[in-house]
Structures are given as C-alpha cells and as structure tokens.
Design a protein around this ligand. Structure first.
Ligand code: SAM
Length: 421
C-alpha cells in the first residue's frame, strides 16, 4: 500500500495531467472531486505540490530537458516535474525518488519507464537544487506575455513574473467592529490584513465565528470605491463566491446577490451563513435580471489574468481563445447594468484582469456610448492608493507588482460610474 505522501504526489501528478493535457483549471478539477478520496492533509499537500510545480514549470523543464527525449509521455514528464520541484525545494531525495518510481511502476502503460524516472531524479537530486536557484523567474507563455508587455512595458512584465513566482500571502477582510488583531498579520495600507504561512484557514481564530473572510487586498477595493451605505438597495450582478457581497452586506446595504452559477452560489450562501450576514440570493443570468437599484457592483467574468500569482494553472490551461467572447459579454453586461441603475445612482465596473480591453477600454467605450455616464475619479482616491495608479479616464489600475516587497496584490481594474439625473 502507498504511503500518504505517495498518494498526495500521485494526485498532484493527476492534477498536472488535467491542467497541461486537458486544459482544465485546478478549480474545475477540485470542484469535480479530483481530491475527494484523500485525507484533508494529503489533499492540501497534493494541491500545494501541483500549484508549486505549475509555478516553477519553466525552471523544472529547463533542468529536465537534457535528460529527456522528445515524446516522453505527459504523465511521466509530470511525475518528473513534481519530483524536480520537490527536490529543488529541499525535500529528502530518497522519499521523493522512491515515491515517483512507485507511482510510475504502477502505471499500466508506462510502468517500464520507472528506470528512467529513477535515473533522472537521482541526477536532479545531486545537482538540481544549485542549478534551480540560478534560473530566472519563469516567464508567462508568449500568447499572454506579449499583450501584457505591450500594455505595461517589459520592466513591469519582469516584475509581475517575479511576484507571480513568489506566490501570494493570504489576505483577509474583517467585518466592521471586529477585533482585527486576532490573526496577527500585517495591516495593509488599504485596511486588509495580510498573513504569511497562514496554514489551514478554517482553523484560524475568528473563522468559525465569521469575523472575517479570505479576500485579496486588491479584490477588497471595488466595494470601498462603491462606498455602500446602510439601507441602500444594491445589486451585486456577478456575486459568487461572495467576498464583495459580504463587504456590502456588512456595511448595512440591502444587497441582491446574483450569479448564474448555482454551484458557486452555494458557496455564497455558506459564506453568508458563517458570517451571519443576510442578502437576497438570486441564481440567474445578469443579462435577464430586471429592477432598479441605488447602486450596482459589476464584477464581470473576465480572463482572471490578474490572479496568476494565486492561480498559476491559468496560463498553462488556457490559450486566450475565449478572451474575445468574455470582452463582448462584459460590454453587454455593462450596458444592461446601466439600465438597472436609478438616475443619480452609481455603478462600479471591475475585473480581475490585466488586459486593458477588460478594463480601461471597456470604460472608455461605455463613456462614448452613454451620454448620461461620467467617471467619478475622486472615488478611487482612497487611503493607501498611490495616485499614480489612477488612470487617465479616472479608474484605478492595480498590478501584481504593486507592493511587491509585501507580496504583491492581484491585478485589478475598477471605475465608479455615475448616472446623471
Ligand atoms: C469575477 S467572478 C465574481 C467574484 C465575486 N464578485 C466575488 O467578489 O467573490 C465572476 C462571476 O460571474 C459569474 N457569471 C458569469 N456569467 C454570468 C452571467 N451571465 N450572469 C450572472 N453571473 C455570471 C460567474 O459565475 C462568476 O461567479
């Protein structure tokens, strides 16, 4: 019988096979139950190994290239990749090598390659760690790097890749009037609390009592920009998993939280139950929703290219082919949301994207389209915001390399739009 570390490694390899072979996101694999058979500790370990391997993929492949012939089966390559990353991060060689050989030997099709796995990983154990440390931070694939470098410049691109390789600390948002010191951590200039090496989130103080929720510091800003007031009728048009819904409900607003995904909406309800907050939950298509609201948050579906430091699977699983459709959907959602906003009301449009087409350009085009729309540039001038992050049209552009020395932040764009009376 395999030990628990081997089970976790086998599952990590399976996740890589799915991401790199089938173009599936880790979140999709996890939602489909890919790790459900594992004990919680092994599940966390498998997920961590897969994420670390995806983050270091370019480095692992550089070390492996001289040992591998073209045509190495993907799952064997992935076995070597996970092993390489573990070895280069200091794991004990015998444990890693034995596990990977055992996993390969049990593979019905490729069991005969166990000798190759053994030989390559022994070489990596000997000289991999020193070589690893000398390699550059992995670059994004060309299809994504090129438009981002064009938008932000090559120097920024390198800084973004550095932060993405370093991975992300854990940020949380606290409910108002709760003790924000219970977790320790660093209070960021915009009010989020940042933890390093947080461990199991659900075991942290204040989690069970619903005093806080996990939310990247950048993702906490759109609601600050919207500035919800107690008693206002606010529509959260793309709500799941609900971080921004909870911020608005905690401010006392009457929130309608809508999302097209029934499954993701279950997570919103779980989050609301834990935090004791109340909103009206609607499962439905934003484009079909009707009503009139004082304020609207449109956190539109997007490429999520701002979240790669937390989701390194994204650039490996995707190829950008769906971006055009997403951009078109954002345009239609913004136009429909504008109809649902009362005259005198305000709407925050935001996306966790680094592509101007999903941010600055959307707002510029909407301003041309709607004569009663104007941007409120003072709304993004918040405590902790560097004035250079405010864009020409009056939105706020956040990039992963901002606060790099603290661990960066998600890439985000947001703008507050006012509807004239
Ligand atoms: C960026 S996420 C929202 C994150 C959320 N606001 C938060 O802070 O936790 C985008 C969401 O849009 C939802 N979505 C996609 N298409 C939609 C549509 N046509 N109508 C409503 N929701 C949609 C997705 O299910 C996804 O949950």
């Amino acid at each position: 019988m395999s030990d628990s570390a081997t089970n976790a490694r086998r599952s990590a390899i399976y996740l890589l096979d799915q991401v790199l072979g089938e173009g599936r996101l880790l979140s999709e694999c996890l939602a489909a139950g890919a790790l459900d058979r594992l004990e919680p500790e092994d599940r966390a370990r498998a997920q961590r190994l897969a994420v670390e391997t995806l983050r270091g993929l370019e480095r692992a492949d550089r070390l492996l290239q001289k040992h591998l012939k073209k045509g190495t089966p993907l799952t064997v390559h992935n076995t070597l990749r996970v092993g390489t990353v573990e070895l280069c991060q200091g794991a004990a060689a015998h444990g890693v090598v034995n596990s990977m050989v055992e996993i390969t030997s049990k593979n019905k099709r490729y069991g005969k390659l166990k000798g190759l796995v053994n030989a390559v990983l022994r070489k990596i154990a000997a000289d991999g760690p020193a070589a690893w440390a000398a390699l550059r931070a992995p670059r994004l694939p060309k299809w994504l790097r090129q438009p981002l470098a064009q938008a932000w410049g090559n120097e920024a691109m390198l800084a973004i890749e550095q932060v993405q390789f370093a991975g992300a600390p854990l940020d949380v948002s606290f409910k108002p009037d709760t003790d924000t010191t219970v977790l320790g951590g660093e209070v960021l200039p915009t009010g989020s609390v940042r933890l390093r090496d947080a461990g199991q989130v659900s075991a942290l103080p204040g989690y069970a009592s619903g005093d806080w929720w996990v939310q990247d510091a950048a993702a906490a800003l759109p609601v600050q920009v919207l500035a919800p007031k107690a008693g206002e009728e606010i529509l959260d048009l793309c709500a799941a998993p609900g971080g921004k819904t909870m911020q608005m409900a905690a401010a006392g607003a009457k929130v309608t939280a809508l999302d097209v995904s029934k499954n993701r909406m279950k997570r919103v309800q779980e989050n609301l139950d834990r935090t004791g907050l109340t909103v009206t939950v609607v499962v439905g298509d934003a484009l079909e929703h009707q009503g009139q609201y004082d304020a609207i948050l449109l956190d539109a579906p997007c490429s999520a290219t701002g979240t790669i430091r937390r989701h390194p699977d994204l650039p490996q699983a995707k190829d950008g082919s769906e971006f055009g459709e997403l951009i078109e959907l954002q345009t239609r959602m913004l136009a429909h949301a504008w109809d649902l906003l009362k005259p005198g009301g305000r709407l925050v449009f935001c996306t966790c994207s680094l592509l101007p087409d999903e941010g600055e350009v959307q707002v510029e085009e909407a301003l041309d389209m709607f004569p009663d729309m104007r941007v409120d540039r003072t709304a993004v001038d918040l405590p902790g915001i560097d004035p250079t992050w405010i864009t020409e049209e009056g939105g706020l552009r956040l990039r992963p390399d901002y606060w790099a020395e603290k661990g960066g932040m998600d890439g985000f764009y947001m703008a507050r739009l006012h509807k004239e009376t």
